[in-house]
Design a protein around this ligand. Structure first.
Ligand SMILES: C[S@@+](CC[C@H](N)C(=O)[O-])C[C@H]1O[C@@H](n2cnc3c(N)ncnc32)[C@H](O)[C@@H]1O
Length: 256
């Protein structure tokens, strides 16, 4: 790895096909530009496929893994529901924090749980905290199974990380948000798909079809949810605007 000398007054210039943007490296704009470009370059190099958590591949940026851990520790939920299992790394992450808390379970939903992934999850030391449901996240019978698995849990947190089209994420937000308990969150991952349509391996359709617009449409319709910037404050995230907190009603009829 190379170190670049960059003293006070250094600037950063992005030259995009002749259109130039120059900012002070150590300004907030400099940090924002670097973070945004890191996301583009990291996505190009598929760095989100690199991390593992307790042996299972987890498809997240390291900063989001830290933020997920912060949210789990703060909420101490009885149940975590996650749509999109893949290799099971994000289920194991939630299960590991629940294990330290000493209660709770994770319900993982995926349209296709590949046999080797199912086996690895079922043989994992944290398997006793994980329940798998195979089916489309928006199918009626999947929702019945998820509700049954939640039972009478007092605190429910939801992560949406399955199909990242606007239509699917909006449908998931509508179907899973009623399961979220007051003060808890529904996290819609991968809004940053909207920011990587322009990278060499990006797809032109991502420019218009992505979770961010689903999140914004959902927030317009659901004043009981608000986007919490705390969990994206590190600037590097695949889930901008995606950490949606369900408001808690207060005695004075206000909300917090
Ligand atoms: C990005 S991966 C999930 C990554 C995982 N949450 C993690 O952090 O490691 C997306 C997963 O969503 C699943 N998927 C795609 N469409 C789905 C649907 N309609 N319902 C449920 N799961 C779906 C895919 O099979 C895939 O395993």
């Amino acid at each position: 790895m190379r170190n670049y000398t960059a003293q006070l007054g250094a600037t950063l210039t992005l030259d995009n096909a002749g259109e130039r943007t120059t900012v002070d490296l150590y300004s907030k704009e400099g940090l924002d530009l670097l973070s945004n470009l890191w996301i583009k370059s990291a996505a190009e190099h598929r760095l989100m496929y690199e991390p593992t958590w307790l042996g299972r591949p987890i498809i997240q940026f390291p900063t989001d893994i830290v933020a997920i851990q912060e949210l789990l520790w703060k909420l101490q939920p009885d149940v975590v529901v996650e749509t999109g299992v893949a290799h099971g790394g994000s289920l194991v992450l939630s299960a590991s924090i629940l294990e330290l808390i000493g209660k709770g379970k994770v319900i993982g939903v995926d349209i296709e749980i590949r046999p080797h992934n199912r086996l690895a999850i079922e043989e994992h030391p944290l398997k006793h905290r994980i329940e798998l449901i195979e089916g489309s996240s928006v199918a009626a019978d999947t929702l019945v199974a998820v509700r049954r698995a939640i039972g009478s849990a007092k605190s429910v947190l939801v992560f949406l990380d399955s199909n990242h089209t606007e239509a699917h994420v909006l449908q998931e937000l509508e179907l899973y948000s009623p399961l979220v308990t007051a003060g808890s969150y529904i996290v819609a991952h991968d809004g940053a798909q909207a920011w990587v349509w322009d990278i060499p391996r990006g797809k032109p359709e991502w420019k218009v079809d992505h979770p961010l617009t689903a999140i914004h449409k959902f927030l317009d319709r659901h004043p009981e949810f608000t986007s919490d910037p705390h969990y994206t404050r590190l600037g590097i995230t695949s889930s901008p605007d995606g950490w949606l907190k369900k408001r808690v009603e207060t005695k004075n009829d206000g909300v917090e």
